[in-house]
Design a protein around this ligand. Sequence first.
Ligand code: GAR
Length: 204
Amino acid sequence: MLKIAVFVSGRGSNLKAIINSIPHQLENVEISAVISDKKDCPALDYAEGLGIKTLFVSEKDPQSINYENLIQILCGLKTDLIVLAGFLKKIPDEMIENFPNKIINIHPALLPSFGGKGMYGMNVHKAVFENSCQISGPTVHFVDKIYDNGKIIAQKAVDISDVKTPDEIAERVLKIEHILLPFVIKKISENKISIKNNRVYIAE
Ligand code: GAR
């Protein structure tokens, strides 16, 4: 069983896509906790409603746990993989050191373009639109200490040559995110992802 902790900050559609994939695609995956930097976001409420353990992490809010506590809790839960599914805060270095190559992120553009600080959610799609890009698409990558910089695991190109608004790009890319993220989690659960010569390979 691959035990995953899912980090969220908002709506939670990627979290839902993971949860919905568990019965038929991710049978050997278990969500041990859902973590958010926002106390009341819909994603956290959704997980709570399903009886999944939820945690609120922040360095400032007295009602929250801090990252040091969180690392201990995740280790205690024997977390195999951390999935950033729309988590918009930077992960502290200490956490990355504790989970080397065990943190993945979904980004709504084709990295290494349109990544980095401030590049999240609609900001990304607006930039893609304004640059008149003809394709976009999600990227799933390992998380290292630099924003959106870790090795790319999987990407999927989406034709956006006929879109009229950034919202249309967001809608098209999100649909593919919901397929790509569960796919990568499945491959990790099957031990089918390896790194050779600085590249990530996914076995059939
Ligand atoms: C998704 O589009 C995800 O790719 C993006 O936030 C959205 C969260 O939606 N993540 C980033 O921009 C990270 N840089 P969701 O809460 O409905 O899953």
